[in-house]
Design a protein around this ligand. Structure first.
Ligand code: ZN
Length: 195
């Protein structure tokens, strides 16, 4: 067995995964076609995968995050959110992950007028269906934003869903959005108490 095969086969726990960072290239292209999204750099799955890998290897967080603009743009319907969460669980299973904690920022998925609850319900439905089909456990972490008022909304959303699969809340999403250590600490205390 090659070392890659051994690593894949060993049961693993993944505690830091970004839901919008692991889409299959084929799924991205299919969703773009369905949703008439024209901004992808290519419609060839192999080239698209290479494009994302290049971005991930730039060593520059801002450039790396350009990829997320495409994936987030395609994750604005209940159907796509459910599908992406489900496929993530299948991919985890294939990689030998037995428990995954995945995170995303609900606020980035309201462009087509979904409400926070719709977004979280759709993701949880996909995760749950994946758990049933592939036997992978999961926890969902909701990310807030730099904006204090909006972050408080997301913290409350996380608390409301704490018995339904949400296991945590994170103040920022992109590191640079965390503007003040003091406010971050305040949120940590708030969510720790509630959880
Ligand atoms: Zn991260």
């Amino acid at each position: 067995m090659t070392s890659e095969k051994i690593i894949r086969a060993v049961p693993k726990v993944l505690l830091h995964d970004h839901l919008d960072g692991g889409l299959r290239p084929e799924t991205i292209i299919e969703l773009a076609e369905k949703q008439k999204y024209k901004n992808l750099p290519t419609k060839n799955p192999k080239e698209l995968a290479e494009w994302f890998h290049r971005g991930a290897n730039k060593g520059n967080l801002v450039e790396y995050l350009q990829g997320f603009e495409h994936t987030c743009a395609l994750m604005q319907t209940k159907e796509s959110l459910e599908r992406i969460a489900y496929e993530m669980m299948e991919d985890m299973h294939k990689d030998g992950i037995c428990y995954v904690e995945t995170r995303f920022a609900p606020i980035l998925h309201l462009e087509k007028k979904l409400h926070y609850d719709d977004v979280v319900d759709a993701v949880l439905a996909g995760l749950e269906r994946g758990k049933e089909d592939f036997g992978v456990g999961y926890g969902l972490i909701l990310c807030g934003m730099r904006n204090m008022k909006k972050s408080l909304e997301i913290a409350e959303l996380a608390v409301n869903y704490r018995n339904k699969g949400v296991v945590g809340f994170r103040f920022g999403w992109r590191r640079r959005w965390v503007s003040s250590k003091r406010s971050f600490r305040g949120f940590s205390i708030y969510t720790k108490r509630k959880f």
